[in-house]
Design a protein around this ligand. Structure first.
Ligand code: NAP
Length: 277
C-alpha cells in the first residue's frame, strides 16, 4: 500500500475512505458498513469523517463498522468552527469519541476557519493531544495566508495535514498552497477527488480512461495519487466501487499518462483563492 508520511514520521495510507453523505438512507446502511469493513480488509484504513456529517450519524455508523477492529483504522474527524474554542474543542471531541466508540481520534481537524480564535483552537488541540484523546491535529480548507498565520502560533507547526478541495478540475492549490505545504512538510489531503462523482461521468476523462484501459474514476484518483505529498479520500458506500477505486493504486499512471491529463485538465494560469465545497 502506498503511504504518505506525516510530519511526525508516521506513515498513513495514501488512499483512504471518505464518508460524507453516508448514513442518510436506512436501506443503504448495511452496504455502507460492509464497504468500510472491506476497505479495512484491503488496506484503505484511513477513514475520514466529521461531527458535521449527518450531525453525528456518520461517526456512529463508523463506530459500528470498526467495532472490534479499532486498531486497524486511522480515524480522521473534524470539529465545527463554531465548536472550536478551547473548551468547545474538548467537549466536541468527547462527543465524537463516544459516537465513534473509541478512546482516541488519530487525526483531528478544524473543519474550516470560523469565528473562534485560531490560537484557542490550537491550544485546545494541544491539550487533547497531551491527554491522549487525539494523536495528531490539523486543519481543513486553509489557504496559504491561513497556513502562515497558523505557523506563527505555538503548536501551529505541528499541524499534520491541510485537507482541501483538490482534483483534476480544481487545481488552484498548485500555484501557492501545495508548494507552501510541501516546503513545510505538511501533506495535503485531497477531498472530493472525483468532484462528487462528476468526474466519473466526464466525457473527456472517460475517453482518456477508455484509451488507457481504466475507468474515469481510476484516472481521477490515479492523477492525485502520483504525488508523495497527497492523501486521497474518495467516498463510496458500495463495495464494487471501492474495489474499482483501489485499482487506481494498483496500476499507477505513467509519466506520459500524467502529462496527457495535465494537458486535458490544465491548472489555472494565475493564483486563485482556495475553493471549497
Ligand atoms: P467524491 O469522493 O469526489 O465523490 C463521492 C461521490 O462519487 C459519491 O456520490 C459516490 O457515490 C461516487 N463515487 C465514488 N466512487 C465512484 C466510482 N468509482 N464511480 C462512480 N461514482 C463513484 O466526493 P466527496 O464525498 O465530496 O469527497 C470525499 C470525502 O472528502 C468526503 O466523503 C468527506 O469525507 C471529505 N470531504 C471533506 C470536506 C471538507 O470540507 N473538509 C468537503 C467535502 C468532502 P456512491 O457512494 O454511491 O458510490
Amino acid at each position: 500500500m502506498k503511504t504518505v508520511t506525516l510530519p511526525s514520521g508516521e506513515r498513513v495510507p495514501a488512499l483512504g475512505q471518505g464518508t460524507w453523505q453516508m448514513a442518510a438512507e436506512r436501506s443503504r446502511r448495511s452496504e455502507e458498513i460492509a464497504t468500510l469493513r472491506l476497505g479495512l480488509d484491503l488496506g484503505l484504513t484511513l477513514i475520514d469523517t466529521a461531527e458535521m456529517y449527518g450531525e453525528g450519524a456518520v461517526e456512529e455508523l463508523i463506530g459500528e463498522a470498526i467495532a472490534g477492529r479499532r486498531d486497524e483504522a486511522f480515524i480522521v474527524s473534524k470539529v465545527y468552527p463554531h465548536n472550536a474554542s478551547r473548551a468547545g474543542v474538548a467537549a466536541a471531541c468527547e462527543r465524537s469519541l463516544k459516537r465513534l466508540r473509541t478512546d482516541r481520534i488519530d487525526l483531528y481537524l478544524l473543519h474550516w476557519r470560523g469565528g473562534a480564535k485560531l490560537a484557542e483552537t490550537v491550544e485546545g488541540f494541544v491539550a487533547l493531544q497531551k491527554a491522549g484523546k487525539i494523536r495528531h491535529y490539523g486543519v481543513s480548507n486553509f489557504d496559504t495566508t491561513d497556513m502562515e498565520e497558523l505557523w506563527a502560533l505555538l503548536g501551529g507547526p505541528a499541524t499534520a495535514t491541510n485537507q482541501v478541495l483538490y482534483n483534476l478540475v480544481r487545481r488552484g492549490v498548485e500555484r501557492e498552497l501545495r508548494p507552501w505545504c510541501r516546503a513545510h512538510r505538511v501533506p495535503l489531503m485531497a477531498y472530493s477527488p472525483i468532484e462528487q462523482a462528476k468526474l466519473a461521468g466526464d466525457a473527456k476523462l472517460a475517453d482518456f480512461a477508455k484509451r488507457h484501459g481504466m475507468t474515469a474514476a481510476q484516472a481521477a484518483l490515479g492523477w492525485l495519487l502520483a504525488g508523495d505529498d497527497v492523501m486521497v479520500i474518495p467516498k463510496t458506500g458500495r463495495r464494487e466501487r471501492l474495489r474499482e477505486n483501489l485499482g487506481a493504486l494498483e496500476r499507477p499512471l505513467s509519466a506520459a499518462q500524467l502529462a496527457e491529463l495535465d494537458r486535458l485538465f490544465p491548472a489555472p494560469a494565475g493564483a486563485r483563492p482556495l475553493e471549497m465545497i
